[in-house]
Structures are given as structure tokens and as C-alpha cells.
Design a protein around this ligand. Structure first.
Ligand code: 5AD
Ligand code: FES
Length: 354
């Protein structure tokens, strides 16, 4: 295994990691030896590109119906224990209004793959939000749809799309998903979204069943190919009512290590400290921010439905009101030494000039 020494200059780490060999990536991923250096340089690089800014995105979980059956996910269609719900356009709009008043300038509409929301319904929802909030970003996270559907939604006013690839290794993908799902299709959706003009977010689970360093290196290689604006990662957390209920979850340290590597490989990227990270450790999100993450996504969903959007066991933030969640996160961000900003928060292509 190569021994890594990229020197003391953080930008030298960025240059080295953009050309890192697989052997170097394995070394960084598989040993705790480099953690201190990775974490320090990742934080330095986020400060070079983003200062201490942390962007907030208001997450609206508008449906927990899903046609898919991913083995890790709590809202998979075979889970008969889930109380299914759908929010109406009016309810979604109320979430946005509450969010706007709380300073949110990005709304993330996330849901299972719920075909009850046709292109027409979704476009009406998106264009109404667009009319009411012309200065906000509308992010969609609705899974795999047709190119035409993505195009119509973009035209209706959506400008960002989150679609995690989950794992970029084909054989691994097949062990996490039923056979009707394919990695090739997932990837083609991501490239289509990019081509249409969306700012695109991909991402993967850390510590999912059967994952080794090999799969994580594939994830990094795929991201280098895609060049996304956003990368969402979080630890796998078992859900008691899924086939993976008795697998162990992803670890805090590996998630932090991957966040730091991502910040160094993609210095400009928007990188959330996710709810899953906050779920496996009381200070998970703060620790994420300290190793390169620069986005947090408080929940704006109506309190009555939050517990029903249970992707994994013990998910946090399910009891709080939107305002509570917003101020809780603001305090956490400040305590970690960063600052919440309320602008739209697009990706920065250049370093900050002093
Ligand atoms: N543990 C952690 N994350 C999960 N997700 C789904 N199920 C789980 C789980 N059991 C993540 C997936 C999905 C995102 C919305 O939530 O990566 O893309
Ligand atoms: Fe939701 Fe703390 S972030 S309650």
C-alpha cells in the first residue's frame, strides 16, 4: 500500500486527489492513519471555497408511496407496516410559505417514486411554487422518471435534482436492489438531468451491506465522471422492517472520512451533513461540517407526517416543528464554528477572493 504524503498545503491535497490512483484511494479509505490530515485539509479547502458559510435547504417529504423495493429502504413498497400519505399541492405550498418566512431559499421536494403524481400534477406544483417564490431554488428528489418528465419539470421551474446513485458498482447495485432496477438506468437518468440543465446531485450509502473499499472507489470514479454540483452521502442505517434489518450500519468514522475525501476531490461541491449522520451520532452533523460538509437540510414537512417518512430506524427531527428544526440546526452550525446563510446557495466555481 502506498504511503501518502501530499505535504502541508491544502490545495496540494486537492491537486493530488484529483489524480489519485486507485491504490492511493484504497490507502486513504482503508486506514485511519490519514484521518487527521484528511479532516484538517478538507476543512481548510471548504474555507477557501465557501468560507464558513453553511447553506440550508428546506426538505419537504411530500409522499411516502414508492413503487420500488430497495432492500435497505424503510418506505419500500413491500413494507406493509408503513402508513402511507401524500401531501396536496396546498399542503406543499404551506410548507414553502412557512419555510420562506424562516429564511429558506431552497425547497427540496422529496418523495418515493409515486406515480400518482403525474407530470401534469407535478408541473402544476412546481410552477405554482415558482410563481410564489421567484427568487428560490426548487430542488426535486423524485427518483427515476422519463427524460420527457424531467424536461417538463425543468420547464415548469425546477432547477436542481437529487438522485443518489447509491453504489456505482454494478454487482453491488444488484445486491441492494431487486432485479427490475438497474444501475445503468440510474446513471442514464443522472446524465439526462445534467443535459437538460439541472444542477445535479448524486451520492451513495456509506457502509451498506456487502460494501468494501472497492465499491467506494467506484463511487468516487463515477462522481469524477459525472461532475455533480451536489453529493449526498450518509451512513446506511438498518430499518427493522426491511430485508437488511440485521445488517450492521455504516460507521461515523468512515462517513466522515468519505466526506473529507469528497471535499478534497470536489472542492467546489455542495456537500450536506445529512440527517442519517445526525442519527448515528448526537454530534454527527456538526462533525460532518468540520470535515468539509457545507449544507444542512432541516425538515419542513408537516409534523403529522414526519414519522411516516422513516427510511431507517430512529430517524431524528421527526417530532420537531419546522421552526424548531431550523433554529436547532442554526445553533448546531454556530456551535461548530460556521454560519448559516439564507441565500440560494449555488455552487461556487471559484475560490473566495479575500
Ligand atoms: N439508511 C440510510 N439511508 C437510507 N436511504 C434510504 N434508506 C436508507 C437507510 N436504510 C437514503 C438513500 C436515498 C435517500 C433519500 O435516503 O440513499 O437516496
Ligand atoms: Fe431538526 Fe435539530 S435539526 S430538530
Amino acid at each position: 500500500m502506498p504511503s501518502i504524503d501530499y505535504g502541508t498545503d491544502s490545495m496540494a491535497w486537492v491537486r493530488a486527489l484529483s489524480h489519485a490512483s486507485d491504490a492511493e484511494l484504497y490507502a486513504l479509505i482503508q486506514t485511519p492513519m490519514y484521518d487527521a490530515m484528511l479532516f484538517r485539509h478538507a476543512d481548510a479547502v471548504r474555507r477557501i471555497y465557501y468560507g464558513t458559510d453553511v447553506y440550508i435547504r428546506g426538505l419537504i417529504e411530500f409522499t411516502n408511496y414508492c413503487r420500488n423495493d430497495c432492500y435497505y429502504c424503510g418506505i419500500r413498497r413491500s413494507n406493509g407496516m408503513v402508513h402511507r400519505y401524500r401531501l396536496t399541492k396546498a399542503e406543499i405550498l404551506t410548507c414553502c410559505k412557512d419555510g420562506y418566512a424562516l429564511g429558506f431559499r431552497t425547497f427540496v421536494l422529496q418523495g418515493g417514486e409515486d406515480m400518482a403524481y403525474t407530470d401534469k400534477t407535478l408541473c402544476e406544483i412546481v410552477s405554482t411554487i415558482r410563481e410564489h417564490f421567484p427568487n428560490c431554488a426548487i430542488t426535486l428528489s423524485l427518483g427515476e422518471r422519463t427524460r420527457e418528465s424531467y424536461r417538463l419539470l425543468y420547464r415548469a421551474g425546477a432547477n436542481r435534482y437529487l438522485l443518489r446513485h447509491e453504489t456505482a458498482d454494478d454487482a453491488h447495485y444488484r445486491r441492494l436492489h431487486p432485479k427490475e432496477m438497474s444501475l445503468a438506468h440510474r446513471k442514464s437518468c443522472l446524465f439526462q438531468l445534467k443535459e437538460i440543465g439541472y444542477q445535479v446531485g448524486a451520492g451513495f450509502l456509506v457502509g451498506s451491506p456487502f460494501q468494501t473499499a472497492k465499491e467506494l472507489v467506484s463511487d468516487l470514479r463515477f462522481l469524477q465522471q459525472l461532475q455533480p454540483d451536489m453529493i449526498g452521502i450518509g451512513p446506511f442505517i438498518p430499518h427493522s422492517n426491511t430485508p437488511f434489518w440485521d445488517y450492521s450500519g455504516g460507521s461515523l468514522i468512515l462517513t466522515l472520512r468519505m466526506l473529507a475525501i469528497l471535499r478534497l476531490m470536489f472542492p467546489y461541491v455542495l456537500l450536506p451533513a445529512t440527517t442519517a449522520l445526525g442519527t448515528i451520532h448526537p454530534q454527527g452533523r456538526e462533525l460532518g461540517l468540520k470535515v468539509g460538509a457545507n449544507v444542512v437540510m432541516p425538515n419542513l414537512s408537516p409534523t403529522g407526517v414526519r414519522r411516516k417518512y422513516e427510511l431507517y430506524d430512529n430517524k431524528i427531527c421527526t417530532g420537531e416543528e419546522s421552526a424548531q428544526c431550523r433554529s436547532c440546526l442554526e445553533q448546531r452550525v454556530e456551535a461548530a464554528g460556521y454560519h448559516v446563510v439564507t441565500d440560494v446557495g449555488d455552487m461556487r466555481r471559484r475560490k473566495l477572493t479575500k
